[in-house]
Design a protein around this ligand. Structure first.
Ligand SMILES: [Zn+2]
Length: 471
């Protein structure tokens, strides 16, 4: 009996201890579960709250304590922007300057990819691992952006425009995909001494995407498409250029009043004959030209990863003088360099205009691709026939026309020069084209403000296409 009662006692004691232990484990588990639930709720709240409103919400520029914002890489894997000790760090020196307008920064008046992709850079991939880390109060890592921009080409383009001593823009993109390889704007800002305020608006303006310029003679490509569509015998139709044209007292002159003689559309493009286009403009009218321009992104939104100004073509009726001016790229027409290079890229690409893009893909902290940009078409409003004819003309511009100062024939550059008169003293120089013309790999736009003519732009084009060939 004694033994029994002892056993019972022990049993009861053990049961009590066992129950206590279970209770203890249960409470610990409960606390742990609660901790996990609170952490996850907290995590989700931080992940989704406030980040949506990217420019106005201070959460975005006061770095999220739990998320280390991802990096931005160029196409060679060079880190252009990264987070160090909770602060964003950018490339120093000229490399940083070359990227400034594209990368931008995040602040009240943030801009560029840093601002537009702030949410993406704080989004957390590989959730489970990272969330467990988060519970242990370790940091979690946001996703990374991988750009189509080649840092070497970007720097070279920037150096070229700085050496020219002119303000302006250079863009290089793949016409077959729309991948932007380089996009620079001068003047720029050095991240090392950036005060991060917009007091100096001239430097902050991204001339590639937000600069609106008179296209000058580069616009004759658009006028040519209109002529092709409305003068069915344009290939044989001749016009006699005497160096100037006078319609009802409205006078248009050719450059230096040079008489180009008896010419067709092809010669008119090659020699950039103003009077030919002024004459045709008067014959065809403004509506048909507007129709073509609007098919080529004028007066419409331009879809891109950073803000792009709307290229403008007059929506009103015009008098004879403005009509003739508009056909030679003057008048009220304004365009961004990005729009012009997209159009000329389309000509080089058999009439198919591809949508330009700079974000190639987004990866998570392990390097796993989360989202990749697929090349997409804007439209094929330039027909294959038109693009083939234009290609022949644009080859001639460089072989024997206004672009003939390019000495290296092996590069096979085709394109259109332009000198856009802004005032009597100020003329902007343009070149927009592509190479090699039989299978274009790269399209390029160079715009130099206040540079008299397109000579300096042609030098830069030649140099950069040479450099691109070496990549
Ligand atoms: Zn002429």
């Amino acid at each position: 009996m004694e033994i029994e009662s002892k056993e019972e006692k022990m049993k009861k004691g053990m049961e009590g201890k066992f129950k206590n232990k279970i209770r203890f484990i249960f409470i610990i588990n409960l606390i742990f579960m609660l901790f996990i639930i609170i952490s996850i709720i907290k995590f989700y709240r931080e992940d989704s709250f406030g980040l949506v409103n990217k420019t106005l919400n201070p959460r975005v520029f006061i770095e999220d304590e739990n998320v280390i914002k991802g990096s931005i890489y160029d196409s060679n894997g060079m880190e252009v922007a990264k987070t160090v000790d909770g602060r964003r760090v950018y490339k120093k020196g000229i490399m940083g300057e070359s990227f400034f307008h594209l990368i931008g920064y995040v602040k009240e008046e943030g801009f560029g990819l840093e601002s537009n992709y702030s949410l993406a850079l704080q989004k957390v991939g590989g959730e489970l691992n990272q969330r467990i880390n988060a519970i242990e109060e370790k940091k979690v890592y946001g996703n990374n952006l991988h750009l189509t921009i080649d840092g070497n080409m970007q720097k070279k383009a920037y150096e070229q425009i700085v050496q020219s001593g002119k303000n302006g823009s250079i863009i290089m993109l793949e016409p077959s995909t729309g991948k932007v390889i380089a996009m620079v704007s001068n003047p720029s800002i050095n991240y090392d001494n950036a005060k991060y305020n917009k007091s100096d608006e001239k430097k902050f303006l991204n001339r590639s995407t937000s600069g609106l310029y008179a296209p000058g003679s580069v616009f004759k490509v658009v006028s040519s498409i209109t002529i092709m569509e409305n003068r069915k015998d344009y290939e044989s139709e001749k016009y006699e250029c005497t160096g100037h044209i006078n319609i009802d007292g409205n006078i248009i002159k050719c450059y230096n009043e040079v008489a180009h003689g008896e010419i067709t559309l092809e010669d008119a493009i090659e020699q950039s004959c103003n009077t030919y286009f002024a004459y045709m403009g008067n014959e065809i009218g403004i509506d048909k030209l507007r129709e073509t321009a609007e098919k080529l992104n004028f007066n419409g939104e331009f879809d891109f990863e950073i803000e792009v100004s709307k290229s403008k073509f007059t929506k009103e009726e015009v008098g004879t003088s403005e009509l003739m001016q508009t056909y030679i790229g003057q008048g009220k027409t304004l365009t961004t360099p990005l729009n012009m290079v997209t159009i000329l890229g389309g000509v080089g690409n058999g009439g198919i205009m591809m949508k330009p893009y700079v974000v190639d893909y987004i990866s998570d902290y392990r390097g796993k691709v989360v989202n990749r940009t697929k090349p997409s078409m804007i439209n094929k409003n330039i027909t294959l026939e038109q693009s083939t004819k234009l290609n022949d003309m644009l080859i001639k511009v460089v072989e024997s026309g206004t672009g003939k100062s390019i000495k290296n024939n092996e590069l096979k550059i085709a394109g259109k020069t332009g000198s856009a008169e802004i005032t009597e003293e100020v003329t902007h120089g343009w070149f927009v084209g592509y190479a090699p013309y039989d299978m274009p790999k790269i399209a390029i736009a160079v715009l130099l403000e206040d540079s008299e003519n397109s000579k300096a732009t042609l030098k830069i084009v030649e140099k950069l296409i040479e450099e691109y060939e070496k990549l």
